[in-house]
Design a protein around this ligand. Structure first.
Ligand SMILES: [Zn+2]
Length: 55
């Protein structure tokens, strides 16, 4: 019995924007806490991918 596959697709553009904003804030917070070079490199790449202000 296959039940309720919760469709987490962005229904409204607002939720997509909110998710991106939360993701960006989370990445910046993570960088502040754990300043590992690997994490920074990954987060930096993600920032560019999400269009977050970087450099
Ligand atoms: Zn950059």
């Amino acid at each position: 019995m296959t039940t309720a596959t919760t469709t987490k697709t962005a229904a409204s553009p607002l939720s997509a924007i909110l998710f991106t904003a939360m993701l960006g804030t989370g990445l910046v917070f993570m960088l502040g806490v754990a300043q590992s070079q690997t994490l920074h490199d990954a987060a930096h790449d993600m920032r560019h991918a999400t269009g977050f202000a970087c450099h």
